[in-house]
Design a protein around this ligand. Structure first.
Ligand SMILES: *Cc1c(COP(=O)(O)O)cnc(C)c1O
Length: 385
């Protein structure tokens, strides 16, 4: 994690947990996507972290955006992006939201059933639609399950319905599950996608685009493959299933673009032993499931927690948040090793928390304010120096 985040935290005066984001890391990540997936455009999944400075930086770098709501659309436009660089990727939209996005200039929408096609046809006539197909999410730490996407066999009918409704049947999208560890996870979905391209061609519909979704990992405690390996595996699969007629491709990274760009500083509020002979300590932090660490649900995402005493011997801990709700426990099934010398009042750093934290923070549950975010860009670093 970056030196200047450490420097910033050293000089920070205010109280309470906070997230610090380093824009240079976002820039490096964006460039890595451009390098590892050279013919694929990046549509940043705004929900991972809609911080205006991130949207402005990515706009400047030439990124496109995947949005899920009108306010995300407005945030991207406010950052200086034009609506032709926006894909409305949520398959669950009110018709008046589609109409509002269309008025703002958005003309690409995801659908996964005929009823949603009908809404888009009425509210955004002539738009391009991408049909989302279902993926099983095996290999992902945060699978997106059965909530989205039709069965691949059904996609051709849905796209034909779109074409007959005056829309442009533009392509196929899928999401292999977030924090996907298997670089080959895209292969099956691409096999289905190629079959849909052929079936559509037989009906006179020429699909153009494959949206490869997100799933690219951030580095937490568990080791992850390099982005380059994902790029190579995806390219091999595209070749395998599409031959020499490669479709236009886009990716929608969220976690992979901003996850490692942020770090949360929190404080140890209490360390408790529940019985004299028990080795396990309960470590209560001033941040929990309700203040940004929602992805610890099911202990799915295991964040690196650093302390100033990491050279000392460690012992097993249950790590919990500060609220009076018993679900506010971060790690219990798999105990978390923390230094035995850890003390009440110590600061801890929770690393790789740039994605899916600040927006998951509750507004005021139990009187705790939402997670504060600070953004460091080159000019801020220069000021601090
Ligand atoms: C959340 C989301 C993404 C981003 O997924 P990551 O795994 O964070 O990269 C991409 N596309 C869609 C449609 C999403 O809902």
């Amino acid at each position: 994690m970056t030196e200047r985040i450490r420097e910033f935290l050293k000089n920070r005066k205010d109280d309470g947990p906070c997230l610090v984001l380093d824009l240079d890391v976002v820039r490096d990540n964006y460039n890595a996507f451009a390098k590892c997936l050279p013919d694929t455009r990046v549509y940043y999944a705004v929900k991972a972290n809609p911080q205006p400075e991130i949207l402005a930086l990515l706009t400047k770098l030439g990124s496109c955006f995947d949005v899920a709501s009108i306010s995300e659309t407005e945030a991207v436009l406010a950052a200086g992006c034009t609506p032709d660089r926006i894909s409305y990727g949520n398959t669950i939209k009110k018709e008046r939201e589609i109409a509002a996005a269309y008025r703002l200039g958005v003309t690409m929408f995801a659908v996964d059933c005929e009823a949603e096609v009908d809404k888009v046809a009425r509210a955004a006539p002539g738009s391009r639609v991408i049909c989302r197909i279902h993926c099983d999410g095996t290999g992902a730490e945060w699978p997106l399950s059965r909530k989205f996407g039709c069965e691949p066999e059904f996609a051709t009918d849905i796209l034909e319905h779109a074409q007959k409704s005056g829309l442009i049947a533009h392509g196929i999208s899928f999401h292999v599950g977030s924090q996907q560890h298997n670089v080959e996870a895209w292969d099956r979905a691409l096999a289905s996608t190629a079959a849909i391209f052929r079936a559509c061609a037989e009906r006179g519909i020429n699909l153009a685009m494959v949206n490869l979704g997100g799933g690219f990992p951030a580095k937490y405690l568990r080791k992850t493959p390099k982005l380059e390996s994902y790029g190579k595996a995806i390219f091999r699969s595209l070749r395998r299933h599409f031959g020499n007629r490669l479709p236009e491709t886009i990716v929608e990274p969220g976690r992979g673009l901003v996850g490692n760009a942020g770090m949360i500083e929190a404080e140890v509020v209490l360390i408790a032993k529940r019985s004299p002979e028990d080795d396990t300590r309960w470590v209560y932090l001033d941040i929990g499931k309700f203040h940004g660490l929602a992805e610890t649900i099911g202990e799915s995402i295991r964040y690196p927690i650093r302390t100033r005493r990491d050279r000392d011997e460690t012992g097993p801990c249950i790590v919990a948040g500060p609220t009076c709700d018993s679900v506010d426990v971060l790690y219990e099934k798999t105990l978390y090793p923390l230094p035995v010398s850890l003390a009440i009042g110590d600061k801890v750093l929770i690393e790789a928390t740039g994605a899916y934290t600040s927006t998951y923070s509750s507004v005021g549950f139990n009187g705790y304010p939402p997670l504060k975010s600070y953004v460091l860009d080159t000019s801020v670093a220069a000021m601090a120096a």
